[in-house]
Every structure is written in C-alpha cells, then in structure tokens.
Design a protein around this ligand. Sequence first.
Ligand code: KG4
Ligand code: ZN
Length: 349
Amino acid sequence: MFKYILGIESSCDETSAAVVEDGKKLLSNIVASQISTHSKYGGVVPEVASRMHVESIIPVIEEALDKAKLDFNDIDGIAVTQGPGLIGSLLVGLASAKTLAFSLDKPLLGVNHLEAHISAVHLENEVDFPFIALIASGGHTNLYMVNGFTDFELISKTRDDAAGEAFDKAAKVLGLGYPGGVMIDKLSKSGDRDTYKFPIPFNTKKSYDFSFSGIKTSLVYFLKKNEIKDDNDLNDICAGYQESIVRSLLNKTFNAANEHNIKRVVICGGVACNSRIRELGAEYGKENNIELFYPSPSLCTDNAAMIATLGCYKFREGDLSKLNIGAYSTLKTKIVRGQKSFTDSTQQS
Ligand code: KG4
Ligand code: ZN
C-alpha cells in the first residue's frame, strides 16, 4: 500500500528530507540550504557540499519525521535521489537511505532527480495525462512527454549549458553572486526588457533541443564593448537577458505541446521560480489554449518532497532497489522522442 514515504535528497547543495502521504499529501519537507556557504565562492564547491550534507542529513531526517508526527516504524518505504547530481553529495543521501532501509527492514528505492522534479506537480494539482513537462534547473534543461505517474519519455535536452547555468554564469560576470537566477529575476523587475535585446537561443522550430552557451557569450561580448552606466542600466541588461532565456524555454515547450497536440504543460525545476516565466507563460498558455501548471517555488527548487512523491508511485508499481545500488552523476535516460539520440554517459559509483 505504501502510504507514508520518506524521501531523501542530497544531489547538490540542499540537504532535504520529507514525508509524503499517498503520493499527494505533503506532511513535511525540511530543506537545509548551503547557499550562504557556496555563494562566497560564486558557485557550489563539491567537496564542501558533501561535508555539509554529512553534518545535516540526520537532523534533517529526524525533523522531517517529527514534523510529520510519525515514527521511523510508520514509514512504508524510503525513496532517495540516486542521480543525476554531484557524486559525493549523492552518496551521503544514498548511504543514509540504505542504512535506514537495512536497519528498519523497509523497502528502498533510488529515483531519478529530474523525473522527481516533474512529480512535484502532483502535490498541489490534478494534471491529466499526457502532458508536456519542461524541467529547467541549474544543471539540466529537458523536455518530457509524461504519459503517467511513472512514465516519462525524454523529448529533448540542452546541447550545452542549462537555463539555470545561463542565469548563474551571467550573474557571476555581472558581479551579482550565486545563485544568479534569483538576483537577475529581482533586478529585472525594475528593468526594461526592450532596451537591450539578446538573441533568443536556438530559436528554431526544427529542433526541440535547447542551447544556452551562446547567450552567455553574447553577454560577455556585450560587456566588453559597453560599460554598465548605473543601476538602472544593470536592471535593463538583466531584463533583456532574462527575456531571451525565458522566451527560448517557452517557445520550445509550447512548440512541442502544439506539435504533439497536448493541451497541458508543466514547468518545473529552479528556473520555474522565475517571475517572468510565470507571467509570460500565462500569456503563451492563453494564446495556445494550453493549461499551464507550476509547482510552488519551494517545490520547484531542490527538495525531498518530490523524491518521496515519485517514490510512492514507483513503489506502488512494484519498483524496488537493492541495497547495493550506486549513485550516478549524469543523466541515464536516452532520448525516446525527437530527432536526436544522445549517448548514455552514466557513471556508477
Ligand atoms: O532545481 P534547482 O533548485 O537545482 C538543480 O537541480 O540544479 O535549480 C537551481 C537553479 C539555479 O541555476 C538558480 O539560479 C535557478 O535555479 N533559479 C532561478 C530562480 N530561482 C532559482 N532562475 C531564474 N529565476 C529565478 N527566480
Ligand atoms: Zn534539481
């Protein structure tokens, strides 16, 4: 029956544990963020991240159970992020989940972090299948056809940088700190998005693939030729840059939905917190007569609630992992739909 699932997430710079009931009711979702530590370095330092996960994982799991008013014995299964992510960070969550599963004699399941980002939507919305899902995060930008709670077909992904990476790298060259998306979003609100136009990345209907390395380069060249005059000028640059990323994401996503004749779109991952993607997405939705769903911001950035949610649906279908599963750093799934097939670069650890 798998009623109460404990989720554990440690793929990057957030240590998180959550308890979800029946794959849709959130009982607790504790997130210990390391952002203030990594922001000093302008990005995540993997070795520091692993050590911080070791320090916080047990208190975070205990707090998740306390908040859910449950005991370890009440848990019906333990779902944990297996990959993709930073290997050292993933191993902390995985080792903790395995230890709990073994000592409590509970079922264990390793889940794909990207598919889990999509599952977060089920905690707040009833979305009919099939739907198109865009996951835009710091490390990935993928489009999926989602046919059921555990049925994800990868349509396309980025050929180089992820959308979140384009925000983070731009923020770094503009001296705005990490994570960049949050700052660029904030400054853009006071900026004019038409003062500076950046090219909309890979804006072709011929491919669903994304590409965000060029836009970062165009910003670097722009800054070589132009001085940032004042704060207003900086806001305008941010607004123009953000607009191009957001339009690229929405154009590809809505093209895919229209061409596959799908009337529902889910946008998730950290970049889905962006206020402009939410605003412009609503316009695209109206124009295309497509229903649009986003998880709440706290369920868009990394969290264990999404891991527990996907875990629940997979457990109920009979999925189980052995205690010797390894972490993987890169995406395991191959493109199922679409024009290109990517090589499988799975790394087991
Ligand atoms: O999904 P996530 O929390 O972690 C990964 O799995 O990578 O995504 C983090 C990314 C970062 O690149 C961050 O800059 C971006 O999400 N992000 C945003 C916003 N909030 C977070 N990007 C644009 N606008 C935001 N408001
Ligand atoms: Zn993520």
